[in-house]
Ligand binder design. Structure first.
Ligand code: AMP
Length: 469
C-alpha cells in the first residue's frame, strides 16, 4: 500500500516521501480514507503509531481542495492537544506535510507570551493547533474566531480528560459551528471517553489499531531490582558502563526529576529535566538539546514527556515505575519507533512490586529480572508508601491515581502485608494489584458505529478542572 493509493494529492505524498516514509502505517491506512470521506472518526491509537500523519494528511488535503471564497484566512481546522510539547510537534507535522500547499498553520499554548500568538491569529490561520487552556484565554479576550471551523481534532483525548480539561473542552465545543467533522483520537477508552465521543461524534468510523503493548516486541525490556536509595548510583553506573549515548529517564514526580538531575550532575553525568514546573523556554531548550544530541540525559515526568517525538531513541529508563500501568507502555513507546530497536530498563525497588505486577498484567508477559552486580537489593527491605506527586494537589491533576489503581505500598497495604515480601525480593506484595484498564482490541478494523447522535449535551462527568496549561 502506498500513500498515493490512499487518495492523497501529489503535493502531500511528495512531502511525506521526503520524510522517508514510503508506506502508510496501519492507523494511516485506515484513518486517511475515513477522514477524506468527510465523516466523523473515533480512533484508538497511541503515540508512536503514526497517528499524527493519520489525521494531518487528510485534513491538509480537504482544506487545500476547497479554499473559502471570502476575504481573509479563517480557522478551518482546530486541533486540540493535552500538552504544549505535543501541540508544537503536531503543528510541526502540519507544516512539514503541508510544505507544498498554500495553507497556514499556527500553534498556541500557555507558558509563553500571548501577544505574538494574537499577532499570528490576526494574520490568518487555516489550521490552528492549541492546548485547551490557552485557547480559552484567547476566546475570552476575543482574539480568536472559531466560527468557521470545519474540522475538529481531539488528539490524545484520554490525556486531556486525565488532565482535567473536560470543562475547557466543552466550553470550546460550545462556540464551534454545529456542522463540522470531528475526529477523536485516544489511546484508551474509559467511560468518560465513550461519553465524550457519544456527545460529539456523529456515526463515526471507528478504528482501532494494535496497542503498543502488543507491538513492543522490538523493545528489549528488563527490570533491574535495586534498593530505593541505590537507584541513582545504579543509573549513573548503567549510563557510564554501557556508554549510553542518549537516554530518556522517567521519574514519577517533578521533585524527583529535579533531584535526579542534581544527583547525576554530581556523578559527572550532565542531565536536564522537563516537567510542568519548568518554564516553557527551559523545556524547549532541554528538548532541543536532547533532540540534536548535545544533551545525553533527559529526565521527564509522564506529562511533560507526552509527544516527545525522537526517532530511534535507543534507551528509556523507568527510574520510577508509573502508577498507571498504561503509562509504562507510553513510556517505553518512546524507543523502538517506526521499526527501530530500543531498550527499556526499569529500576524497581521493593515499594513498586504491585506496580510491576499491574504492568506485567497489562502487557501480558513477565519481564526479565537482572540484578546488576554491586547493586543487589536487600532481601529484607520493607516496602514504604510511594509519594505520587510533588506536593501539587490541584483537582483533576494528571498524577492523581485513578480510583481503581491503588498504588503499591499505599498506607492500607503496609505495613502488615508488606512483611510478606521480606524474603522474596521480587515477589509482588499480597495487596491487590491495580487492575489493568480495558485494553483496546488488538485487531485492526474499520467499522461504522451506529446511532451516535450529536446531542451537544455534556454527559455527566466528575473530574476536577485542573487546567494544567
Ligand atoms: P506519531 O504516532 O504520530 O507520534 O508518530 C510516530 C513516529 O512515526 C513519528 O516519528 C513519525 O515521524 C513516524 N512516522 C509517521 N508516519 C510514518 C510512516 N508512514 N512510516 C514510518 N514512520 C512514520
Amino acid at each position: 500500500m502506498s500513500f498515493n493509493e490512499l487518495g492523497l494529492a501529489d503535493e502531500i505524498v511528495r512531502a511525506v516521501t521526503e520524510q522517508g516514509y514510503n508506506s502508510p502505517t496501519p492507523i494511516q491506512t485506515q484513518a486517511i480514507p475515513a477522514v477524506l470521506r468527510g465523516g466523523d472518526l473515533l480512533a484508538g491509537a497511541q503515540t508512536g503509531t503514526g497517528k499524527t500523519a493519520g489525521f494531518t494528511l487528510p485534513i491538509l488535503q480537504r482544506l487545500a481542495a476547497r479554499k473559502p471564497a471570502g476575504p481573509g484566512t479563517p480557522i478551518r481546522a482546530l486541533i486540540l492537544t493535552p500538552t504544549r510539547e505535543l501541540a508544537a510537534q503536531v503543528e510541526e507535522s502540519v507544516r512539514v506535510y503541508g510544505k507544498y500547499l498554500k495553507l497556514r498553520s499556527a500553534v498556541i499554548f500557555g507558558g509563553v507570551g500571548i501577544n505574538p500568538q494574537i499577532d499570528l491569529l490576526r494574520k490568518g490561520v487555516d489550521i490552528l493547533v492549541a492546548t485547551p487552556g490557552r485557547l480559552l484565554d484567547h476566546m475570552q479576550q476575543g482574539t480568536v474566531n472559531l466560527n468557521h471551523v470545519e474540522i475538529l481534532v481531539l488528539d490524545e483525548a484520554d490525556r486531556m480528560l486525565d488532565m482535567g480539561f473536560i470543562r475547557d473542552i466543552r466550553r470550546i465545543l460550545a462556540v464551534l459551528p454545529q456542522k463540522r467533522q470531528n475526529l477523536l483520537f485516544s489511546a484508551t477508552f474509559s467511560d468518560e471517553i465513550k461519553a465524550l465521543a457519544d456527545g460529539l461524534l456523529n456515526s463515526p468510523a471507528t478504528i482501532e489499531v494494535a496497542r503498543r503493548n502488543s507491538t513492543v516486541e522490538v523493545i528489549e525490556q528488563k527490570i533491574h531490582p535495586v534498593d530505593r536509595n541505590r537507584k541513582h548510583p545504579l543509573l549513573s553506573h548503567l549510563i557510564r558502563t554501557n556508554d549510553w549515548s542518549q537516554v530518556l529517564v522517567f521519574t514519577r514526580t517533578k521533585h524527583g526529576a529535579n533531584k535526579l538531575v542534581e544527583q547525576l550532575g554530581k556523578d559527572g553525568v550532565p542531565a536536564m529535566a522537563i516537567h510542568g514546573n519548568k518554564s516553557q523556554s527551559a523545556r524547549t531548550k532541554a528538548l532541543a538539546e536532547f533532540k540534536d544530541g548535545s544533551l545525553r540525559v533527559l529526565v521527564a515526568t509522564d506529562i511533560a514527556a507526552r509527544g516527545i517525538d525522537i526517532d530511534q531513541l535507543p534507551h528509556v529508563v523507568n527510574y520510577d515505575l508509573p502508577n498507571v500501568p498504561e503509562d509504562y507502555v507510553h513510556r517505553i513507546g518512546r524507543t523502538g519507533r517506526a521499526g527501530a530497536t530500543g531498550e527499556a530498563v526499569s529500576l524497581v525497588c521493593v515499594d513498586e512490586h504491585d506496580m510491576l505486577k499491574g504492568i506485567e498484567k497489562l502487557i501480558k508477559r513477565s519481564l526479565p529480572r537482572e540484578v546488576v552486580p554491586g547493586f543487589e537489593p536487600d532481601p529484607n527491605a520493607i516496602p514504604q508508601p510511594i509519594q505520587l506527586r510533588s506536593g501539587d494537589h490541584r483537582a483533576g491533576g494528571r498524577n492523581r491515581p485513578p480510583q481503581h489503581a491503588k498504588p503499591a505500598g499505599a498506607p492500607k497495604a503496609a505495613p502488615a502485608k508488606s512483611a510478606q515480601v521480606k524474603s522474596a525480593p521480587m515477589k509482588p506484595v499480597q495487596a491487590k494489584a491495580a487492575p489493568a484498564k480495558t485494553a483496546a482490541p488488538k485487531t485492526a478494523a474499520v467499522r461504522h458505529a451506529p446511532g451516535h447522535s450529536l446531542t451537544g449535551k455534556p454527559p455527566a462527568q466528575n473530574r476536577g478542572s485542573g487546567r494544567g496549561r
